[in-house]
Design a protein around this ligand. Structure first.
Ligand SMILES: [Fe+2]
Ligand SMILES: [Fe+2]
Length: 372
């Protein structure tokens, strides 16, 4: 901490300088306002200014004005004490307005000066400590939030990958391609946004919808991969996969996993109540499941299967909206269907961008799986 003594009278300047030095401060001296400004801006240690008010050239008030106006002094702690031979009230008021803390009449009473300087030192030290603390705190907060967002990103990525692995594990048994489950997540998120769900919900369904068939891991291969029609027992076994998926996923308390569990359990329910496993009807079916059902049907119809060629977007829209004897529009939640219709060009784009990367030439039993 340093004091700047500004006075045009050399004797007074020297004398005051020595006195202030004895109080434990380093001192810089200036003989007028201009010189004082140069020293002040050139030395960041200066935080106490003891200045004459009336000086030739730039006077004390003008000097303080310039200091206050300079952007570089905005963050700088300082205390200003003025001295003057005549107690001009106007000047005193102005000086106070400019932030001068104290006003001393010349000749200066040294006891009074000592008190003012000592209290200025204390205040400057306290202000500087507060400022440092604020800066440190700000840095800490910035650092912490940066660390937290990095950690959050890591956890979210790990979580999304874990879900994708789980979906892929189920798909390993099931000949539907890996691209299919990725597309399902994308369509579902777009459809959710079209239904004005918030971003968090859309992100959740993007991760959750691909797990709709995770219960197929519990199916016997003989049924899953069977060629030709299933008998009654096999049909019952096949229809267990929603509940199996629900059991696998419902152990978690995580909201995305809970959503995935509801989707797995209800993705074969139909709006008109003709679905399974519970024959739920209308709004009894969670909307996330209704979304997944529709995009799953859309994607299956667009894809090439052993029992059918890949259909065009237009043909698939016609089947979904007008029915073909197997798929009927009353199977779908009407609100979800309307949103799907308005978002159809984006659905088509997702299929076009993420088309199947391998031929679907494996198990013919998939015919049954698709129908069920
Ligand atoms: Fe299924
Ligand atoms: Fe599927």
């Amino acid at each position: 901490m340093k004091a700047l003594i500004v006075d045009d009278e050399p004797d007074i300047r020297e004398e005051l300088g020595e006195f202030v030095e004895q109080l434990g401060l380093s001192v810089a001296l200036a003989s007028n306002g201009e010189e004082a400004l140069g020293k002040y801006f050139g030395d960041p240690e200066i935080s106490i200014i003891l200045s004459d008010l009336m000086m030739p050239g730039l006077n004390g008030l003008e000097m303080l004005d310039s200091i206050n106006d300079a952007p570089e002094s905005r963050q700088r702690v300082r205390r200003v004490i003025f001295m003057t031979a005549n107690g001009n009230t106007q000047s005193v008021i102005r000086a106070m307005h400019l932030g001068a803390k104290e006003f001393l009449l010349k000749p200066v009473d040294l006891d009074q000066l000592e008190r003012h300087i000592v209290s200025a030192m204390r205040e400057v030290a306290a202000d500087q400590a507060r400022q440092t603390e604020e800066i440190l705190l700000k840095q800490q907060v910035t650092l912490n939030s940066a660390e937290i967002s990095a950690l959050n990103r890591d956890v979210e990525e790990a979580y999304a990958e874990a879900l994708a692995c789980l979906a892929a594990a189920a798909e390993h048994k099931d000949p539907e391609t890996g691209q299919h489950i990725i597309r399902i997540g994308r369509y579902a998120a777009v459809l959710a946004a079209e239904l004005e769900k918030d971003k968090q919900w859309c992100d959740m369904i993007r991760l959750a919808a691909p797990l709709h068939d995770v219960g197929k891991v519990g199916m016997r291969d003989a049924v899953l991969l069977k060629e030709g029609p299933l008998d009654d027992d096999e049909l019952l076994h096949m229809r267990e996969h929603p509940e199996t998926g629900y059991r696998i996923l419902s152990g978690s308390a995580h909201p995305t996993m809970k959503m995935a569990a509801r989707i797995a359990r209800c993705h074969h329910e139909r709006w008109d109540g003709t679905g399974y496993p519970r024959g739920l009807k209308g709004s009894e079916i969670p909307v996330e499941a209704a979304i997944t059902t529709l995009v799953d049907v859309y994607d299956a119809l667009r894809s090439k299967r052993p029992y059918k060629p890949a259909f065009s977007h237009e043909k698939v829209m016609d089947i979904i909206l007008n029915g073909d004897g197997r798929t009927e529009s009353q199977h779908f939640n009407p609100e979800v269907l309307a949103a799907f219709e308005s978002a159809q060009s984006r659905m088509a784009a997702i299929f076009d961008q993420l088309g199947d990367d391998r031929e679907f030439a494996t198990q013919a039993g998939s015919l049954k799986r698709e129908v069920l």
